[in-house]
Design a protein around this ligand. Structure first.
Ligand SMILES: O=C(O)c1ccccc1N[C@@H]1O[C@H](COP(=O)(O)O)[C@@H](O)[C@H]1O
Length: 236
């Protein structure tokens, strides 16, 4: 099984970008939602992106922005992927991505009464809406939209959907290994769990989180190898 991809979100400082890259993050995220304590202007994001080496995906997070606003932002900050974290409908999400000419991750904010079938159906709707959709990102429903460090019940995620989703919401060094082992998501996304304070990341927490995710990956690998090694040879 391929290793779990890791995104560190809500970066506002060069040293935090460097810490995420040094720890082995696959993606980093910039929050373009003005009400967030992690908000950066497109110009600030552009300066931070200039510090990012190739093959690390720079992501822009938006909440209820218009297609024109998103397009104007990506024209200044060279982000590769959009994360739509607000109340945008499926059709609006597709229109925003088309206007910005960027692939997007659509966020589903999970509530206690969300049914597993809701997630599968929503993913199908996103896929049908156009070619820019990449993956569902699952986060916990909170009034502030996200970045609240609050988790949800992972058992709501259908097994067949898990390998395609980005798991988010309340992740930390304490639950990352279990998250990978139990859910087996395509990727994980974290913000508050690797912070010293809102908008200020802690390099040691980032490194510890990445190590905890990799520990989960190793457990999955070992289980797979054990299954193969213990399989009886087929008699001829
Ligand atoms: O980070 C924010 O301030 C934010 C604001 C509005 C919407 C989403 C936001 N962050 C995203 O929320 C999830 C969960 O974060 P956490 O790890 O529980 O703090 C994550 O995808 C962030 O990118």
């Amino acid at each position: 099984m391929a290793r779990t991809r890791i995104k560190i979100c809500g970066l506002t400082r060069v040293e935090d970008v460097q810490a995420a890259v040094a720890a082995g993050a696959d993606a980093i995220g910039f929050v373009f939602y003005p009400k967030s304590p992690r908000y950066v202007t497109p110009e600030q994001a552009a300066a931070l992106i200039a510090c990012v080496p190739p093959f690390v995906t720079c992501t822009g997070l938006f909440v209820n922005a218009s297609p024109a606003e998103v397009a104007a932002t990506v024209a200044i900050a060279p982000i590769a992927l959009i994360q739509l974290h607000g109340d945008e409908t499926v059709a609006e999400s597709a229109a925003i991505a088309a206007a910005a000419a960027r692939p997007y991750v659509r966020v589903f904010r999970v509530k206690p009464d969300t049914a597993p079938a809701d997630l599968l159906e929503y993913e199908q709707q996103c896929r049908a809406a156009g070619p820019w959709f990449t993956s569902l990102l699952l986060d916990t429903y909170v009034d502030a939209y996200g970045g609240a460090g609050k988790g949800f019940d992972w058992s709501l995620i259908p097994k067949e959907l898990a390998p395609r989703v980005v798991l988010s919401g309340g992740l930390s060094v304490h639950n990352a290994t279990d998250a990978v082992r139990e859910v087996r998501p395509y990727a994980v996304d974290i913000s508050s769990g690797v912070e010293a304070s809102k908008g200020i990341k802690d390099g040691r927490k980032i490194a510890a989180f990445v190590a905890a995710v990799r520990a989960g990956d190793d457990l999955i690998e070992r289980a797979t190898h054990h299954e193969c090694a213990s399989a009886a040879p087929v008699p001829r």
